[in-house]
Design a protein around this ligand. Structure first.
Ligand SMILES: O=C(O)C1=C[C@@H](OP(=O)(O)O)[C@@H](O)[C@H](O)C1
Ligand SMILES: C=C(OP(=O)(O)O)C(=O)O
Length: 421
């Protein structure tokens, strides 16, 4: 199977969705557990491929760690293997080998790691050759490329002989992910303090304390269900998402506020959150610096519902699973909208196409990016749509299509078979 056809709903939309658990929380918990010597009872770990890859590689005796396309797994494991003195080759998919890692490697080298690049400077694959603490405990690090470098360094910092003080330079992207890291470290007994005015984060040398830890459902995965409700034409639509809490470590819980403007009410219960429809606003401006993984969901939803959306803070999308800005620009045209960069300051607008003509059933390419597939799927609430390479969702939300089938008809298309016939 290499595509799915989604048809518009034929019955009222009332569904309970179990959701995957957070791969971000899971991958942090796994590194912190490893640093306690694997003594924690981690509950509700994600079934996401990124997390399953982390679990497999943490305990693998093999000398090559292939992280596939998992950014956090690459960045967190590089730091963990480096400071624990393991000799490993770190590699991944061709796209992973185009995603920068030089900022993290430079920092780890300053701390005492011996790391060499096997192909291109600044990018995987890498060879980790061992660790001898340099005694250095102060580092400056850019905050505007990926917060994952900062999270990776923070998590290993309690195990450095003199702890670590990071000074963040430039704008700080994805800050809630840094705060998630700090909160999970604190839970496991670390002494970590941020002074956001001074732009420093200080970690004391002190081992983690093993404890049980329960991982929350995934707010990034929840965003697609918000879009389903926003795009539903049925005023009685109701979707219950299990395992989400109002006070979350995940910055992507900002979807509650964004989607309030775009026509979705959220009511929290002791099981999770129930989504219903409310009147939508006609325009919205949102800065995605803190929640880059929501940008695709919101852009597609705005395009279909005719909300005039202005997006800022989406520069980091260019170095994720694909160039997500380019991918959105190409695929939004198939549903009659465009994403236009408006100078200055990297502002983008989602606008209806000037001359859409009569558009055929959109066939959406997914560029090895789970979020392209999941962001476009809710379009089915309004019109038939085909999503190519649906298996991409396994990166973060393997049961996505099963969950989607609770709401709309989902038909596999085997293109190879149709060509053979
Ligand atoms: O730390 C994390 O778990 C993540 C941080 C973000 O990456 P950047 O910090 O590179 O923006 C986010 O896009 C990614 O999906 C998960
Ligand atoms: C960007 C993502 O993940 P990562 O950077 O961990 O590959 C994502 O899940 O959208």
């Amino acid at each position: 199977m290499n595509a799915v056809r989604l048809l518009s709903p034929t019955t009222p939309v009332h569904a309970t969705i179990p959701l995957a658990s957070s791969k971000s929380e899971s991958n942090r918990a796994l590194i912190l557990d490893a640093l306690t010597g694997f003594q924690c009872d981690l509950q509700n770990l994600s079934t996401a491929r990124d997390t399953q890859t982390m679990i497999r590689l943490l305990k693998s005796p093999e000398s090559t760690a292939d992280v596939l396309d998992a950014g956090t797994t690459m960045r967190f494991l590089t730091a963990y293997f480096a400071v624990s003195g393991q000799q490993k080759t770190m590699t991944g998919t061709p796209r992973m080998c185009e995603r920068p890692i030089g900022i993290l490697v430079d920092a780890l080298r300053t701390l005492g790691a011996d790391i060499t690049y096997l192909k291109n400077d600044g990018y995987p694959p890498l060879q980790l050759n061992g660790f001898e603490a340099s005694g250095q405990n102060q580092l400056s690090i850019r905050g505007d490329v990926s917060s994952q470098y900062i999270s990776a360094l923070l998590m290993i910092a309690p195990h450095l002989p003199q702890g670590l003080t990071l000074t963040l330079t430039g704008p700080i992207g994805s800050r809630p992910y840094i705060e998630m890291t700090m909160a999970q470290m604190t839970y496991f007994g670390a002494d970590v303090q941020a002074d956001w005015e001074q732009r420093t984060i200080t970690v004391v040398a002190k081992p983690y304390t093993p404890k049980p830890y329960q991982i929350e459902s995934d707010w990034s995965g929840a965003s697609y269900w918000y879009s389903v409700v926003a795009l539903s034409g049925d005023e009685q639509t109701e979707i219950e998402l299990l395992g989400l809490k109002p006070q979350s470590l995940q910055g992507d819980s900002a979807i509650v506020t964004i989607m309030r403007s775009m026509g979705v009410d959220s009511v929290f219960t002791d099981r999770g959150v129930t989504l219903t429809k409310r009147p939508a606003e006609r325009s919205l401006t949102w800065d995605f610096t803190d929640c880059p993984d929501l940008a695709q969901t919101v852009a597609v939803c705005a395009a279909v519902n005719g909300v005039a959306l202005t997006l800022t803070g989406i520069e980091s999308l260019k170095i994720k699973e694909t160039d997500r800005v380019l991918a959105l620009q190409t695929e939004l045209r198939k549903i009659g909208a465009e994403l236009v960069e408006v100078e200055p300051n990297h502002r983008y607008e989602v606008r209806p196409l000037a001359n859409p003509g009569s558009l055929p059933v959109p066939v959406i390419a997914t560029y090895d990016d789970h979020r392209m597939a999941m962001a476009f799927a809710p379009v089915a609430m309004q019109r038939e749509i085909v999503i190519e390479e649906p298996g991409v969702v396994a990166k973060s939300y393997p049961s996505f299509w099963d969950d989607m089938a609770r709401v709309v008809p989902v038909e596999p298309i085997d293109e190879a078979a149709s060509h053979r016939a």
